[in-house]
Design a binder for this molecule. Structure first.
Ligand SMILES: CCCCCCCCCCCCCC(=O)SCCNC(=O)CCNC(=O)[C@H](O)C(C)(C)COP(=O)(O)OP(=O)(O)OC[C@H]1O[C@@H](n2cnc3c(N)ncnc32)[C@H](O)[C@@H]1OP(=O)(O)O
Length: 128
């Protein structure tokens, strides 16, 4: 489904999903307070990159089964963020990956690890 309210990111996928890179400039309204980007948005960006590691590795739809996030420095809004994810472990039904969000000057904003599991095409819940 097209989602005009989504981040419209275009993940760059390398080596069959071993590495995923995303750029995103979250808008001002995504701040939590005091011009600081909301932590949930940072978690979403980490989740997005990690999920694409899973989708590209399994080459089929996949969902996040687990996500752990550490917020290291506040991020401003309206600034380009760089999100890099890397596969760390693959088993039959689980891909583990780590990811980091950084600013253009290399400042580390957030890191995360996640587990992604493949699902069938019919996984999505039906709309009520
Ligand atoms: C091609 C399509 C392209 C589309 C592009 C769009 C890109 C969009 C990108 C957007 C990105 C956004 C991304 C999103 O927002 S994805 C949306 C957010 N995520 C979800 O909605 C997922 C919800 N959860 C589930 O549906 C199920 O729980 C899943 C499918 C994950 C597993 O349900 P299932 O019924 O299959 O499994 P089970 O729970 O019975 O467990 C069975 C076994 O599996 C192992 N196991 C399970 N969990 C873990 C774990 N955490 N660590 C370690 N192991 C784990 C374990 O051995 C366990 O056995 P036991 O230990 O219980 O004995």
């Amino acid at each position: 489904m097209e989602n005009p309210f989504g981040f419209q990111v275009k993940p760059e996928i390398k080596n069959g999903g071993e590495f995923v890179y995303i750029e995103c400039t979250p808008a001002e309204h995504l701040q939590g307070w005091a011009n600081i980007l909301h932590g949930g948005i940072l978690s979403t960006l980490l989740d997005e990159a990690i999920t694409y590691v899973g989708i590209s590795t399994f080459n089929q739809p996949a969902v996040t089964a687990q996500l752990e996030v550490r917020f290291r420095n506040p991020a401003p809004t309206c600034v380009k963020l760089h999100v890099c994810a890397e596969r760390i472990k693959v088993s039959k039904r689980l891909v583990e990956a780590k990811a980091a969000v950084t600013l253009g000057d290399g400042t580390l904003i957030a890191t995360g690890t996640g587990k992604v599991m493949p699902v069938s095409e019919s996984f999505a819940p039906k709309s009520p």
